[in-house]
Ligand binder design. Structure first.
Ligand code: CP3
Length: 347
């Protein structure tokens, strides 16, 4: 297998220019994505059509030459595959028929998950054939906690009260839900590796609502089990975790889950993360996605600052969260120029 620059930090290397990719590097900020998206009746249908997902994954690679491509899909294909009703409403986001009780949890069926997600595996296999040799391929899934958030709440943009009340007040039911998710995710992610994914990322977008106890029990422990179970089958695949919004608890997450990399949001200072977390965990992040909207000197300076802060430490350049739809595509190109260009300059 050719050496891909993206993988180097996972063997302790610290190249002068860190490898780079962006969360949501495919999507609505690109004209060519919006045109492609129009050809599918709805977003889930798009996600299950390999001709479209392969093309959407490749679009930002052609434009910018990122060091890694991320599978085009969504974290909510797992609740969909478990039999929950999931839909995406224009301008609203995802809506699910919420799971509220044990009866709802019992109707979720893990048996058919891998068959339902066959188009995802086909996408990965085709991508590995079509991507340039130097581009790594990232597979992903949502964490059990973040998937449970959408499954119990039925939507994003809420405070997670229903989810927490189930976790605290009906712990046996909650465990049944989390176990189904954990088992499905292990099978799903292992199959992604077998289909061509070389790195995996676990998105924990809602970890920021958990207190210390919930964080330990329902984020750190399940993540540690998922990582260990994947490594039993695929010991060499690097796994990146993204406990978004978790503040100082990210140090615990990095050290106790067995992950190989951790994505850091924009609110966690990289200078702190560098001291708090040993170099055996690759750090990834954390440019503010709003800077990518406004661009200019402020953005250039932030890129140089991040690069300088992380010099000599295994690191992958990324954003603190996904690219926003209003982002001017030329600002993405500019970040890569600044990052890959000669060092120095004013900030
Ligand atoms: O380029 C990539 O990063 C790969 C594709 C990708 C998507 N979603 C495509 C998408 C990835 C990795 C995701 C992950 C995802 N999905 C997360 C975790 C990361 C995060 O943002 O915290 C979450 C929470 C979801 C759930 C989800 N999907 C939401 C909340 C939304 C609506 C918000 C929005 O931007 O509309 C989606 C829809 C979605 N997923 C879109 C895309 C490109 C937009 C839908 C469209 O194009 O019509």
């Amino acid at each position: 297998m050719p050496v891909r620059a993206f993988l180097e930090p996972f063997s302790g290397k610290t190249p002068a220019t860190p490898p780079v990719w962006f969360m949501r590097q495919a999507g609505r900020y690109l004209d060519e994505y919006r045109a492609l998206r129009k050809t599918a009746p709805n977003f889930l249908n798009f996600c299950y059509t390999p001709d479209l997902t392969v093309e959407a994954t490749l679009q930002p690679i052609r434009r910018y030459g990122f060091d890694a491509a991320i599978l085009f899909s969504d974290i909510l294909v797992i609740p969909d595959a478990l039999g929950q009703n999931v839909r995406f409403e224009e301008g609203v986001g995802p809506l699910l028929d919420p799971v509220t009780d044990r009866a709802g949890i019992d109707t979720l069926t893990p048996d058919g998950v891998l068959d339902h997600l066959a188009p995802v595996f086909e996408t990965l296999t085709r991508l590995r054939r079509e991507l340039p040799d130097e581009t790594a391929l990232i597979g992903f899934a949502g964490s059990p906690w973040t998937l449970a958030f959408y499954m119990v709440e039925g939507r994003g943009g809420v405070d997670g009260g229903k989810l927490k009340r189930m976790a605290y007040g009906a712990p046996d039911d909650f465990r049944a839900l989390m176990t189904k998710l954990e088992d499905s995710l292990v099978a799903y992610l292992c199959r992604q590796v077998e289909a061509g994914a070389e790195v995996l990322q676990l998105f924990d977008s809602w970890s920021g609502i958990a207190d210390e106890t919930l964080f330990e029990r329902w984020i750190v422990e399940p993540t540690a089990r998922i990582v260990a179970r994947i490594k039993d089958v695929h010991p060499d695949v690097p796994i990146i975790g993204f406990p978004r919004g978790a503040g100082v608890m990210v140090a615990d997450y990095a050290m106790r889950t067995g992950i190989n990399g951790m994505s850091v949001d924009s609110q966690v200072p990289l200078s702190w993360a560098r001291k708090a977390i040993g170099p055996e965990v690759v750090l990834q992040g954390n440019l503010d996605n709003q800077l990518l909207v406004t661009g200019g000197d402020e953005m250039d300076a932030a890129v140089r600052r991040i690069k300088r802060t992380m010099t000599g430490r295994p690191f992958i350049f990324n954003l603190g969260h996904g690219i926003l739809p209003m982002t001017p595509p030329e600002n993405v190109a500019r970040v890569l120029d600044v990052l890959r260009g000669p060092d120095g300059g004013e900030d």
